[in-house]
Design a protein. Structure first.
Ligand SMILES: NC(=O)c1ccc[n+]([C@@H]2O[C@H](COP(=O)([O-])OP(=O)(O)OC[C@H]3O[C@@H](n4cnc5c(N)ncnc54)[C@H](O)[C@@H]3O)[C@@H](O)[C@H]2O)c1
Ligand SMILES: O=C(O)C[C@H](O)C(=O)O
Ligand SMILES: [Mn+2]
Length: 571
């Protein structure tokens, strides 16, 4: 349980209702008698003074009275709007249970219904038609603030549920606080509203975003550039986290800006890193090497390509394999089947070039009516040891696909990573049954343990980027590196892999449990910051030996401090 720290003291300039309606400063019934007097609250609150434990107990009881996950999500969203300390304190006490409510999978439903559940706006909305005032709008909310983290999205490819217009996902930012201790006052979620091609939203008169088709091409690029340059000008040290951009923009924008600013794309790099960690744990169980695997990746979008590149880079770095040779270990399959040159340039993004398989290799393999090599045929020919899904196609790893894979290798490593839960490429229970308990499994959304043939539970690791991106980001913020380098990301992934419970017991989950997400992300952050020192790109004056102590010191905790009224104090 958290203790009220006598050392935390704040000078606060808000009084009465403005204090009670400030989620950052509100303590509700936990205001002390003295504070009630000093801040004009005595007549505004019932007499009894509660502890944070009592407040959490009450809030948890209220939460439990909501039946469905989406009702619980709405309740927690309201709580966040009322009192940050109480919200994060409650989440911290029930991390595993409540992460699935505020984040994946329930957030998908909240996002889809954003305009109908809308009560109060959160974060910043920068809309295409208002771009002339973008700088003023940005400064209005950020002037005088030390923004360390901006999570931004244009919501074109939210999870696997596609274009959601302004269905904001502020959960990514909340997870930074919950799992890495980022001060929520220093974080900002930004929605870049460039329209939507989602007809349901466009036809919905309650849709709260800009009701127009998506802006694309030069106009889009200019809008994004205006935003990025604004950040470079006014918040040059902040980490810019890109989330859920469409496949035609994600990689491109990352490459465009990553050398100029500390930019991070979660779907590409966060997913690549967490999947690399899970794979390292899996090969620890099978006692093999990354370079010994044959990889089939189904879904060659942001996540699929991010994983291929991340694992390829690790094969080069760790196993010393030349790049060309390492590339050949990957087989990418997308909606048009295996990625090979004869698909033509329209179906192969330039970024996929390194992983295109030669047509000759497939001349003896059956094709479908559209001339494509389907997943089953790829699995038959390649006999992969690793099969990863990030396709948004629920159920794509059929019984035939999984059984065929099992025929070709003893311990198939199968990671169906698409979110939310109903889009999972194979239910882990089925994959476990079809492989007689031999598959090493990890999923993107949380799933319950499955039974092994010997009756033992097999824990399904949650291979979700939330297990690593808060730590990657925190490590970069802590070291004030101007870039998030590949070396920093690999260092984070290696540290996470080293925490795998499967290294001690092969039947345990491949990755730490989400309940241990804060400890895991702290370790990742330390590794990332140390790597920044090793690469000489830290922007701080303290030394590498102090990284851990500085990390612990910097973490925000959901604790009430003592308030003193001061006109010049915080607002
Ligand atoms: N577990 C995680 O941490 C994690 C991280 C990122 C993404 N994801 C999930 O992965 C999925 C993809 O995300 P993304 O960001 O890469 O999206 P994306 O839009 O960039 O990529 C999706 C890719 O899948 C392909 N695809 C669509 N339908 C297909 C089909 N029927 N067969 C084969 N391929 C098909 C698309 O052509 C595209 O290349 C989503 O469900 C997302 O939730 C999971
Ligand atoms: O949001 C998640 O749960 C993971 C990932 O970023 C995704 O897009 O699915
Ligand atoms: Mn995402």
């Amino acid at each position: 349980m958290f203790q009220i720290s006598s050392e935390l003291k704040f000078k606060v300039a808000l009084r009465g209702d403005t204090l009670l309606t400030s989620p950052r400063w509100n303590k509700g019934t936990a205001f002390t008698k003295q504070e009630r007097k000093d801040f004009g609250l005595t007549g505004r609150l019932p007499s009894r003074i509660n502890t944070i434990d009592e407040q959490c107990e009450r809030a948890y009881d209220q939460l439990r009275s909501r039946e469905s996950p989406i009702q619980k999500n709405s309740f927690l969203q309201s709580l966040k709007e009322q009192n940050w300390v109480l919200y994060y304190s409650l989440l911290s006490r029930h991390i595993k249970e409540l992460t699935s409510i505020i984040y994946t999978p329930t957030e998908a439903e909240a996002i889809e219904n954003y305009s109908h559940l809308f009560r109060r706006s959160e974060g910043m909305f920068l809309s295409f038609p208002d771009q002339d005032t973008m700088e003023e709008d940005f400064l209005e909310q950020t002037r005088g603030k030390d923004i360390e983290l901006i999570v931004c999205t244009d919501a074109e490819a939210i999870l696997g549920i596609g274009d959601q217009g302004v269905g904001i996902s502020s959960a990514k930012s909340a997870i930074y606080t919950l799992l890495a201790g980022i001060n929520p006052a220093n974080a900002l979620s930004v929605t870049l509203d460039v329209g939507t091609d989602n007809e349901t939203l466009l036809n919905d008169h309650l849709y709260v975003g800009w009701p127009s088709k998506r802006v694309r091409g030069v106009e889009y690029d200019k809008f994004i550039d205006k935003f990025v340059q604004l950040i470079r000008k006014h918040q040059p040290h902040c980490l810019l986290h890109f989330e859920d951009f469409g496949v035609s923009n994600a990689q491109r924008l990352l490459e465009l800006y990553r050398n100029e600013h500390s930019v991070f794309n979660d779907d590409i790099q966060g997913t690549g890193a967490v999947t690399l960690a899970a794979l390292m744990a899996a090969i620890g169980v099978t006692k093999s090497k990354l370079a010994d695997q044959r990889y089939v990746i189904f879904g060659a979008g942001s996540a699929g390509l991010g994983i291929a590149k991340q694992v390829r880079d690790a094969i080069i770095l760790i196993d010393g394999v030349p790049r060309e040779e390492a590339n050949k270990k990957f087989y990418l399959v997308d909606r048009f089947g295996l990625i090979k040159p004869s698909l033509g340039p329209n179906k192969i993004r330039p970024a996929l070039q390194e992983f295109v398989r030669p047509d000759e290799e497939w001349s003896d393999v059956p094709i479908n009516d559209a001339g494509e090599v389907e997943l089953l045929e790829v699995v038959r020919k390649v006999r992969p040891t690793v099969l990863i899904g990030c396709s948004t196609k629920g159920g794509a790893f059929t019984e035939r696909v999984v059984r065929t894979m099992k025929e070709g290798c003893e311990r198939p490593i199968i990671f169906p990573l698409s979110n939310p839960s109903h889009l999972v490429e194979v239910d882990p229970k089925d994959a476990n049954d079809w492989t007689e308990g031999m598959a090493l499994l990890a999923t993107g959304s949380p799933f319950p343990p499955t039974k092994m043939p010997n009756g033992k539970d097999y824990v399904i690791a949650e291979c979700n980027n939330a297990l690593i991106y808060p730590g990657l980001g925190f490590g970069s913020m802590l070291s004030q590196s101007r870039q998030m380098t590949d070396g920093m990301i690999i260092a984070g992934a290696q540290r996470l892999a080293a925490l795998s419970p499967a290294l001690k017991d092969p039947d345990s989950g491949l990755l730490p449990d989400f309940q241990d997400g804060p400890a895991a992300n702290l370790e990742v952050a330390v590794a990332v910051a140390e790597q920044a020192f090793d690469e000489g790109i830290q922007g701080v004056s303290w030394s590498r030996e102090e990284v851990r102590a500085k990390a612990e010191e910097k973490q925000w905790k959901p604790l009430y401090g003592k308030y003193e009224y001061d006109e010049q104090g915080a607002k």
